[in-house]
Design a protein around this ligand. Structure first.
Ligand code: UDP
Ligand code: MG
Length: 327
């Protein structure tokens, strides 16, 4: 039987500090799996440089020059973590039997890969890495993260609890996934939609080995918001239901106004009128905003822009440079 070719897909953005530390970690794991006969010697660690501004790409190139188990692709500009992971997975799709995506900062325990490969050999097409605990997170992050997973499932989005982007996907799952043409990416919510036999492997998440997080609160909120609006149309139905309730309440209000007027006890009610005007104005603005978010997304999807553009590959540098010189 042909041995499994595994690609470990690692997105990197301005990671010059941490790359030299964790490259050994990934290569060590790869060699260990090769040695144990679980995967083929053609397996690779595939780095995706997400348009870094520091020495990240140089480091990836020198790693690829040192050991054939390292490879890299570079995105033409920074497109964010989700796009970088997608670029790597699509690059790996035709070359591998299975791909595991993992962050480059060493926070996710590489030893969980054994379990993932075993599950793959047992016939699973997708294996989700699930955090056993959130001890390495601040209390704030823990509470908001768990609340967020609950909110997502309330909104009808099918996400795996406490799973981020550490997962194995078979080439078959990847090929099906490549047909998801959307531009607003929230991989952890999209992958479960592929279906197939899947399972979870739990692991401990530790602190970053070096460097600092590229996910400040602002980016995290954006990802969270993207997750809901990309996966669920429930906010629209909630808006519709609220609108209906307000409409029914206003009918009762009108009835009350009519009765008061007929009884001749109408008061010069400027305050109540003004309140209602403000309330309605505010609500309408809010609702239009929510609808606008979706319209914006439709707009982006309709454009059908490419979701990533690869500007270079390791091993092809000569050609690229030559191409440039000709021009
Ligand atoms: N990353 C990326 N593009 C970005 C931001 C981050 O490819 O625009 C990568 C980053 O190099 C790392 C992973 O995404 O491998 C997760 O980022 P980070 O560790 O900063 O996030 P955190 O773990 O703090 O949520
Ligand atoms: Mg991290």
């Amino acid at each position: 039987m042909r041995k499994t070719v595994l690609y470990i897909v690692v997105p990197c953005y301005n990671e010059e500090e941490v790359l030299p530390i964790t490259s050994g970690l990934f290569l060590g794991k790869l060699n260990e799996l090769i040695g144990a006969g679980k995967i083929s010697d053609d397996s690779r660690v595939l780095y995706v440089d997400d348009g870094s501004r520091d020495r990240t790409w140089e480091i990836i190139r020198s790693l690829a020059a040192q050991d054939r188990h390292f490879a890299g692709i570079q995105q033409s500009r920074n497109r964010g973590h989700q796009n970088a992971v997608l670029a790597g997975l699509m690059e790996a799709m035709e070359k591998c039997d299975a791909a595991i995506s993992i962050d480059c900062d060493g926070q996710d325990d590489v030893n969980a890969m054994d379990g993932m490969i075993d599950a793959y050999h047992d016939g699973c097409e997708i294996v989700y890495g699930v955090r056993a605990n959130r001890d390495s997170d601040s209390l704030f992050k823990r509470i908001t993260a768990e609340g967020y997973y609950r909110l997502l499932s309330f909104m009808g989005a099918d996400v795996v609890f406490n799973h981020a982007d550490y997962r194995l996907m078979s080439s078959r799952a990847l090929r099906e996934f490549s047909q998801f043409r959307e531009v607003n990416l929230f991989l952890r919510g999209m992958v479960p939609l592929v279906g197939f036999k899947s399972t979870c492997v739990s692991y401990d998440r530790t602190e970053r080995r070096a460097g600092k997080s590229h996910y400040p609160l602002r980016k995290m909120l954006r990802l969270a918001f993207d997750g809901i609006t990309s996966l669920s149309v429930r906010p629209i139905s909630l808006v519709a239901v609220t609108g209906l309730v307000i409409f029914l309440l206003s009918l009762i209000g009108i009835l009350w106004v009519l009765i008061t007027a007929l009884c001749g006890s109408a008061v010069p009610g400027w305050a109540s009128t003004a309140c209602i005007v403000f309330l309605m104005g505010g609500l309408q603005a809010l609702f239009l905003g929510v609808i606008g978010v979706y319209v914006g997304k439709i707009y982006l999807e309709v454009k059908g822009r490419p979701r990533y553009i690869i500007s270079a590959r390791t091993g092809e540098e000569g050609e690229t440079e030559a191409g440039k010189e000709e021009k």
